[in-house]
Design a protein around this ligand. Structure first.
Ligand code: PGA
Length: 249
């Protein structure tokens, strides 16, 4: 069975006070017995979060990482640095990174390898724009993004990757993919993976992202190929995020 995973991507939001609040609330929170929960705060809060979350189920994730271990890369952070702060997961290929920082499939692949080599579980984000969906290119775009990375990995590396399907038109817009739309694409991703290895595909954890909230999470998470959520806006309100976690049981 695939363990559900709910990840809260704070993006460039949050504060030291929010870190403390999550630590407090999750210390006493009632959660499904089998559930992984991850918070991805901005880098400056990682150390405080590590301490505040110590007695909770919350694990830490990074929103990006540099492909190199160290070197002359002003402003960047490497996987082994993140590992020192207890980071267990890292996003690669988030659509904001692809669009605003021009990270292409090759850059995404390099970052994913860097995560694996630092023993950090990569969450590979993929998704089509509205234009691409309207042109009937959703599966083509999504499978190109998945395939570029997956086809270049060794089988044991593939087994360590989590994939998040985030339609770009649903991110931060309040417009969610219907459970059926999300399920259709996510079943397609799993089927693609089955082309490499059926067992691997059966164990692959797939997250849905894009305006997931306390009101729509249960229905999305009930779909057979949706194993969890990558939550942006609603992960900044502790009660909403907790409610999403509780609906993942
Ligand atoms: P959203 O963001 O939940 O605010 O749409 C999701 C994401 O970008 O990961």
């Amino acid at each position: 069975m695939r363990t559900p995973l709910i990840a809260g991507n704070w993006k460039m939001n949050g504060s030291a006070a929010l870190v403390e609040e999550f630590g407090r609330v999750f210390t006493d929170a009632r959660l499904p017995a089998s559930l992984d929960v991850v918070i991805l705060p901005p880098f400056p809060y990682l150390d405080a979060a590590r301490h505040a979350f110590a007695d909770t189920v919350l694990r830490l994730g990074a929103q990006t990482l540099n492909p190199l271990h160290s070197g002359a890369r002003t402003g960047e952070v490497s996987g082994n640095m993140l590992k020192e702060f207890g980071v267990a997961y890292a996003l690669v290929g988030h659509s904001e990174r692809r669009q605003l920082y021009r990270e292409d499939d090759e850059a995404v692949h390099d970052r994913l390898l860097a995560a694996l080599s630092a023993d950090i579980t990569p969450i590979l984000c993929v998704g089509e724009t509205l234009e691409e969906r309207d042109a009937g290119k959703t599966m083509e775009v999504v499978l190109r993004q998945v395939g570029y990375v997956m086809a270049r990995l060794e089988p044991d590396q593939r087994a360590r990757v989590i994939i998040a399907y985030e339609p770009v038109w649903a991110i931060g817009t309040g417009r969610t993919a219907t459970p059926r739309q999300a399920q259709e694409v996510m079943a397609g991703i799993r089927e693609y993976q089955a082309g490499f290895d059926r067992e691997l595909a059966a164990g692959l954890r797939l997250l849905y992202g894009g305006s997931m909230n306390a009101g729509n999470a249960a229905e999305l998470l009930a779909q057979p190929d949706i194993d969890g959520g990558l939550v942006g806006g609603a992960s900044l309100k502790v009660d909403d995020f907790l409610a999403i976690c509780q609906s993942a049981g």
